[in-house]
Design a protein around this ligand. Structure first.
Ligand code: PLP
Length: 460
């Protein structure tokens, strides 16, 4: 643990030399960053010795919790044995072969082949290139357009950022790459018309895909790409009618489905992958984050036999790869992480305990004057903060109240992320009653303090 002097020292070094992701650097330069020094299970500690309950699993990563000795040992042993070798030039190694087989086993059939990278963005870039390559191999090179959704987050590289639907991300690579179209996201609370039921809205949002396919011409469409639950966009959970209708449209036009499971993979919804939860049949799943519970960077795509078959029938290279594709230490840690998830029954535990406990926790705040809606699926949840809960009117300046609330959470020793004025949570899969009770106390207090701060703006 560091002392106060060291905290100031690290903050200063950081402010002078470190550029943070997705950060207002002017504000950060003034305020400095919080220095995090340690993690243990569901908690992290800052350099001033404050213990914080981690309601975001790091960044949707630490499904088994922080600082597992077993994962550290797996990394240590692999580093002594073979710290690095590449998987180019027809070489392989045991950790990558074993992990590939395990991922094929837990992924829905018929997804059986894995290509590795180090980040979610890279996995989506890989998927984009492979989707287009696939259609060339099939003799339909015109099929290049990938339809995605507004507010989707698929990463920060130029291709993944262009496939994503966040306008502020597009703005930095303006103009974004061509070949992507963005349809409405299935966000009932924010987008439904007055009196529109979730079911009717879900069908309308799904049919936006068919409208887009017809508008660009089915012969030009390569794939539809989507997160089963939009995470960084605000934990937007589609109504039950949405995914079956999307799958029907995909089947009708025989386009590919890319499920970005970078957040939803590895148990978060109570199944290994959310695709099973929603009964969808992706041709490609992209994964990252919780495959190692975030202990080391590792990502990849799992592809179905149809796409793999096109590659193996074709006598030429797929010109794509990363130095760290299938890094042996990351693969060894991932295998151990999946073993722990299996051994501790963490996936069924989300269905039987964690998911219902989170839903019950959030429901306790539905009556709060600041709260417009609470929603959750598995261990993904959200609280909508609104100025008028009867009319769903938002606050005048989007994001200001969310930030006030987030800061209260921080000060009270809890991490929940603000997506504008939507507070989102993704607890580790290991939470027990102790953490859910703690979260209840902190959330209530933070909401009350936020309400005091903005009372004049909230409808009585
Ligand atoms: C659904 C989804 N896809 C892709 C990414 C990008 O992953 P990375 O930050 O590892 O590049 C993220 C990151 O949060 C994500 O949530």
């Amino acid at each position: 643990m560091t002392n106060e002097y060291q905290s100031a020292h690290f903050r200063e070094l950081d402010a002078l030399h470190h550029l943070h992701p997705f950060t207002n650097h002017k504000v950060l330069r003034g305020d400095g960053a919080r220095v995090i020094v340690r993690g243990d299970g569901p908690y992290i500690w800052d350099s001033e010795g404050n213990r914080v309950l981690d309601g975001m699993s790091g960044l949707w990563t630490a499904n088994i919790g922080h600082s597992s000795k077993e994962l550290a040992e797996a990394a240590y042993e692999q580093m002594l044995e073979l710290p690095y070798y590449n998987t180019f030039f027809r070489t392989t190694h045991p950790p990558v072969a074993l992990l590939s087989r395990k991922l094929a086993e837990i992924a829905p059939e018929p997804l059986n082949q894995v290509f590795f990278g180090s980040s979610g963005s890279e996995s989506n870039d890989t998927a984009i290139r492979l989707i287009r390559h696939y259609w060339v191999l099939k003799g339909e090179p015109k099929r290049r357009i990938i339809i995605s959704r507004k507010n989707a987050y698929h990463g920060s590289t130029i291709a993944a950022g262009s496939m994503g639907g966040m306008v502020h991300v597009h703005a930095h690579s303006y103009p974004p790459y061509e070949g992507f179209r963005h349809i409405m996201d299935p966000y009932w609370y924010g987008e439904a018309e007055e009196g529109e039921s979730p079911e009717a809205f879900g069908l309308r949002a799904a049919r936006a895909l068919e409208d887009e396919i017809l508008s660009v011409g089915p012969e030009n469409v390569a794939a539809f790409a989507a997160e089963p639950v939009q995470g960084a966009g605000g934990v937007k959970i589609a109504p039950a009618s949405y995914w079956p209708e999307v799958q029907r449209i995909i089947d009708k036009y025989a386009i590919l489905l890319l499920a970005d499971e970078v957040i939803t993979g590895f148990g978060r919804l109570g199944s290994w992958f959310a695709s099973e939860h929603y009964g969808i049949r992706p041709n490609i799943i992209t994964f990252a984050k919780a495959v190692t519970s975030g202990y080391l960077p590792l990502s990849g795509i799992i592809i179905d036999d149809k796409i793999a078959g096109a590659l193996t029938e074709h006598d030429d290279d797929f010109h794509h790869g990363y130095t760290f594709s299938g890094h042996p230490v990351a693969c060894a840690v991932a295998s151990k992480n999946l073993e722990i998830i299996e051994r501790e029954r963490l996936v069924p535990r989300v269905r039987e305990y964690g998911g219902p406990a989170l839903a019950e926790l959030l429901a306790k705040f539905a009556d709060h004057p600041l709260v417009g809606e609470v929603r959750s699926v598995g261990l993904l949840g959200a609280i909508e903060l609104v100025a008028d809960k009867r009319t769903r009117r938002r606050f005048a300046e989007p994001g200001r109240v969310g930030m006030i609330c987030r800061d209260h959470f921080f000060r009270e020793g809890f991490i929940m992320r603000a997506v504008f004025d939507t507070m989102v949570t993704a607890p580790p899969l290991i939470w027990t009653d102790t953490q859910f009770d703690e979260a209840e106390r902190v959330i209530r207090r933070a909401l009350d303090l936020t309400l005091e701060d903005v009372a004049g703006e909230v409808a009585a």
